[in-house]
Design a protein around this ligand. Sequence first.
Ligand code: GLY
Length: 388
Amino acid sequence: MDTDQLVRVFTEYFEERGHRRITGSTLLPPPGDQVLFTTSGMHPLTPYLEGRPHPLGRRLVNLQRCLRTTDLDEVGDRTHLTVFEMLGSWSLGDYEGPQSLDWGYGLLTDGFGVDPGRLHVTVFGGDDRVGPDTGSLELWQDRGVPVELTVEDNWWSNGPTGPCGPDSEIFLWTGDTPPESTPTRDDRWVEVWNHVMMRHRRLDDGSLVPLPQRNVDTGLGLERLSSLLQGRSSVFECDVFDPWRRLLPPLWRLDEPSLRLVGDHLRSSVVVIGDGVRPSTTGRGYVLRRLVRRVLTVLRRDDPRRGLGDLPDELVRHTLDRFRQDVPTETVRQVLLDEERRFDRLLDRGRRLLSRPRFRGPLGEDDLHYLHDTHGLPRDLVLDLRSR
Ligand code: GLY
């Protein structure tokens, strides 16, 4: 099943069960939101999970683009991407968790053809504030799926405050041997789908209060699911990365980790630019700037002549189309090239400054502050220049 088919099967499955598809999936949260980017499918639904009636009703389904900088250092492993798409389904005070898990199990096994013997789940075991999630436990026991109980790993929130609750995570076995051990003990169990019983709100003082309604919020990373169903060993090998894997290696000879980082960060940059963000010194623009600069740092490490001007148009087009962004490729290219020029000017300035006698010895905190505050040279860039 390719990724587009997978999205179709998922949405139709939930539509057949009374869910309405939400349209729109920008990375930019609404004004007033504390967070820079949309980080999960539930994020734009926060007011509705807190009780405001949703115009489309109480059962929703969506494909939401997300950006997570918390996972930045994990990019390059088998499962993490900076920008990714998340499939999700919601019950806004309608059906309960066991119903959601039962549908989830049905879709994975009958709809996507996953062997039930390759599944393991985790369930919230209870702590001193909230009791164990017995509804989920019983459902999984009925279906014959092995369960591991945890506490912290099975509590989900989108931030320090706001809606949260116990969750039940579904894992798929990716090892070459028959399944063994449990999800917290063996990372060949890969999480595919999280069902959150979103019934609490955490307040500023850390206390929990019940939400006005009992919701269910589920999230399932699309590229991760595709790679698992397509039998690929990493997210970078699922079909949405096919053009990247075809076009990048002949262009820039890079080792596999660098190839993954460059592919992830460039693809993410295209999507962020496609949603209207421009590089800057703060906020969203700074996230974009860091992504582009990390790409340039990796590319130039082996060959200073490498540049973003070589990025094939096809990759920009493919990404914008995949994320349903109606933006000319030329706009994206222009932003990338302007940022590259700015970075090159900064590098020149950095090299000149660091060659001054004052900076020849080891750099102290004062030097790093001075270079940043007076000359606009970010700490990372200075340290990188120094390490070459
Ligand atoms: N909202 C559930 C998840 O992102 O895992």
